[in-house]
Design a protein around this ligand. Structure first.
Ligand SMILES: Cc1ncc(COP(=O)(O)O)c(C=O)c1O
Length: 367
């Protein structure tokens, strides 16, 4: 397999090398503070005895797995702590393809680019199914695409890049489709703390042996560099994930897991609410300014991305580079997320300069 640089690295490097000030709205790296308890736990960690510097249990620190299990109301045996949600997604996909139940994965378009990348890596075939125009699930289209060849259906809610929060009833219908064709459903809930609608419900509430839920702390605790995520797998699949995780990684990082465990126990709900409010304010201000730029856009129901479409300016890599050079704003080309939104550009709201960026866009595209 050739090394393929992720498109977001490419845009970020292009923006960093530009000879003008550029507002970076490319990546999904939160710009706000991690929980205070996480910083305290890290300080404490430096003075722990040498055994704290050795391998943790491969499937994750027991106290962290117990805390996750309690919050998610599942048996602790079903929890595997992983190197980010990214690894949990990989473990889930690998398991789905390993069952001799087909080699096709139904993915939704627009799609988080690492999903088709992983499906490819695992020797599977990705079938991209467009979502509704507002990013909602098109259950009929998923039903039509699913066949005996389908091993896996992948959902992500709240969604990157559309910001859609799926109705649990629609997710339930997708699980029924999966059941009919002997597929597993991977539901990536990494943005679960960033639901702005109050409607989000975890797919775990469906209590289905077809559903694997993944999530992590990269976004909710603003720690993308810590690499702590998890998978919650049905009893019949969790052993496979634990083995694969162990053979690839030996174990995950102990200090990160320790710090996350403390932060989980000691961080009040207000911490998460403040981040949500910050993002809602930014989304308001950014989309108001997009109105001034004459853009069409999606107001996110969750996660922290806005998709915008500027007349006569499709979301190609070339146009994204033009925006960097000529407007001083960096986003992600819509063409990186499949073909359904290739006219669009994605802007991540994880910068205090979101409003300034929208004003720049309004100056650039306005009359
Ligand atoms: C939908 C989705 N899943 C997974 C990830 C990766 O998360 P983690 O840092 O927990 O591996 C991201 C990161 O942007 C994401 O947007």
């Amino acid at each position: 397999m050739e090394y393929e640089e992720p498109k977001f690295f490419h845009v970020m490097q292009y923006a960093a090398a530009a000879d003008r000030d550029v507002i970076d709205m490319v990546s999904g790296n939160p710009d706000w503070e991690p929980p205070a308890a996480l910083r305290e736990a890290l300080r404490e960690y430096a003075d722990l005895p040498p055994d704290a510097f050795q391998y943790p249990p491969s499937e994750g620190l027991l106290e962290l797995r117990e805390a996750i299990a309690e919050r998610r109301s599942v048996d602790v045996d079903r929890v595997v702590v992983t190197n980010g949600t990214g690894e949990a997604n990989y473990l889930a996909m690998a398991r789905a393809f390993d069952r001799d139940a087909g080699d096709e994965a139904v993915l939704l378009d627009p799609v988080y680019p690492y999903y088709p990348g992983k499906v490819d890596m695992l020797g599977g075939e990705a079938a991209l199914v467009p979502t509704e125009r507002d990013g909602g699930l098109d259950v009929a289209a998923i039903r039509e695409a699913a066949s005996a060849d389908t091993a896996l259906i992948v959902l992500n809610t709240p969604n990157n890049p559309t910001g859609a929060v799926y109705d649990l009833d629609a997710v339930r219908e997708v699980v029924e489709i999966a059941h009919a064709v002997d597929a597993l459903v991977l539901v990536d809930e990494v943005y679960d703390h960033f639901d702005q609608t109050g409607r989000f419900e975890s797919a775990l509430t469906l209590d289905s042996d077809r559903v694997i839920v993944t999530s992590g702390f990269s976004k909710s605790m603003a720690i993308t560099g810590f690499r702590v995520g998890y998978g919650i797998l049905p009893a019949g699949h969790v052993g496979d994930a634990k083995t694969r995780h162990m053979l690839v990684n030996v174990a995950g990082p102990r200090p990160s897991q320790y710090a996350v465990h403390h932060a989980l126990a000691e961080t009040p709900p207000e911490y998460y609410a403040e981040a949500r409010e910050l993002l809602a304010d930014r989304a308001d201000a950014f989309t108001d300014a997009l109105d001034a730029a004459g853009a069409e856009y999606s107001r996110p129901e969750g996660a922290f991305y806005v998709l915008a479409r500027f007349e006569g300016f499709p979301g190609t890599m070339a146009n994204v580079k033009r925006l960097v050079d000529e407007a001083g704003v960096a986003g992600m080309p819509g063409e990186a997320f499949g073909s359904a939104r290739d006219e669009w550009i994605r802007f991540a709201l994880v910068t205090p300069r979101a409003v300034e960026a929208a004003e720049r866009l309004a100056d650039y595209f306005g009359d």
